[in-house]
Design a protein around this ligand. Structure first.
Ligand SMILES: *Cc1c(COP(=O)(O)O)cnc(C)c1O
Length: 361
């Protein structure tokens, strides 16, 4: 029997049917496709980091509770009294851990769409039905439709990315609270873009018995670290902790995080610069007569006349953005553009203006 035949008879059919999460090759390109912070670590901070990891005990397993890293986060975030915190190898891992903890074939996962693609994939991992609920055309939450889906499916898990990826908008807190009250299970408010938004649910996390807040350091300048965290009532955190692989945060990351957070002013200043550039980029894209959706994240969603052609023209100019056309009915001809440095944004605007001029001929 061949390997192919054995796989066909062994691997879960729903896994055989999907492709792996595709990451495009970005070598030599201006990378505006993945919501990274474009600013590298200042050299002095890099040296301090190098010093810190010199002391890492590479021959030993890391602290399974990541106590120092968790304490550093608690400090940096001024967490509300009475919450606990669990770390993951990126928030992607925590999404999987949380889903494995609560979702199952009889306990569905509900999420708005378009939203973060890992929610659907993680339902598959947990062997749970996935129930998407479309956003309205202006990308606001369709609260009635969400409430109806919650009523009908009694989901064990609801994911809400706020601000939402890939649309960039922030949902109203009243809407979130209505869904949290309606949900019979757990609601995860995913704040990957909190640093770029005007509001956070974190101060309210203990006001409800069924909500946790998920965050990551990826979008604020530490995507390479792979570190996410979930904040909530200690009893929820204790349940997730049962399914966490014991050494999921490596010794190097545990040494690095306190050093990086001690210099949070570096990342705060970068976030402020990115917010400033977001406003400039959005205005300049509107000047090109494009539909630009309001963003509270470090990217801008824009509708162009022909997303495939614009994406290719930008790629030819060595700029990589994300083409969302075809991923959801509401995202026809939409590009998601991560806010870069001023020079990168200028290069993008020039290339896009050239393309739009050329294609009008
Ligand atoms: C990027 C992103 C994540 C994943 O972050 P990692 O910590 O890098 O795994 C989670 N949720 C949303 C909404 C995101 O956009």
């Amino acid at each position: 029997m061949s390997v192919r035949a054995r796989i066909a008879s062994t691997v879960r059919p729903e896994v055989q049917q999907i492709a792996r999460y595709h990451v495009p090759d970005a070598r030599g390109l201006v990378k505006l496709d993945a919501m990274e912070n474009p600013y590298p670590l200042p050299p002095a901070l890099g040296r301090e980091l190098a010093d810190a990891i010199t002391h890492a005990k590479i021959n030993r397993y890391p602290d399974a509770d990541a106590s120092l890293a968790r304490a550093a986060l608690r400090n940096a975030l001024a967490l509300p009294e009475g919450v606990d915190i669990l770390l993951g190898n990126g928030s992607d891992e925590l999404i999987q851990i949380i889903a494995s903890t609560v979702a199952h074939p009889g306990g569905a996962v509900v999420a708005p769409e378009p939203s973060f693609v890992m929610y659907r994939r993680t339902a598959l991992i947990a062997n749970a039905p996935f129930v998407p609920v479309d956003l309205r055309a202006d990308f606001s939450l369709d609260v009635d439709a969400m409430a109806a889906a919650i009523e009908r499916h009694a989901p064990s898990l609801v994911f809400i990315a706020n601000p939402n990826n890939p649309t960039g908008n922030l949902f109203a807190r009243e809407d979130l609270e209505r869904l949290i009250r309606a949900a019979p299970g757990l609601v995860v408010v995913d704040e990957a873009y909190y640093a770029y938004a005007d509001a956070s649910f974190l101060p309210h996390v203990l006001e409800f018995p069924n909500v946790v807040v998920l965050r990551t350091v990826s979008k604020i300048g530490m995507a390479g670290l792979r570190l996410g965290y979930v904040v909530g009532h200690p009893d929820w955190i204790a349940e997730f902790d049962k399914l966490r692989p014991p050494y999921n945060v490596g010794a190097l990351v545990q040494e690095a995080l306190p050093v990086l957070l001690r210099h949070h002013e570096v990342f705060d200043a970068q976030a402020a610069a990115i917010r400033h550039e977001r406003a400039r980029l959005s205005a300049a894209l509107r000047e090109l007569d494009l539909d630009v959706f309001p963003s509270q994240a470090n990217f801008v969603l824009v509708r162009v006349p022909d997303a495939l052609a614009a994406h290719a023209a930008l790629r030819a100019a060595r700029i990589l953005v994300k083409n969302l056309d075809g991923t959801h009915a509401l995202l026809g001809n939409c590009l998601r553009i991560t806010v870069g440095t001023p020079d990168e944004n200028d290069a993008l605007l020039d290339a896009l203006a050239d393309h739009l001029k050329g294609s009008m001929k």
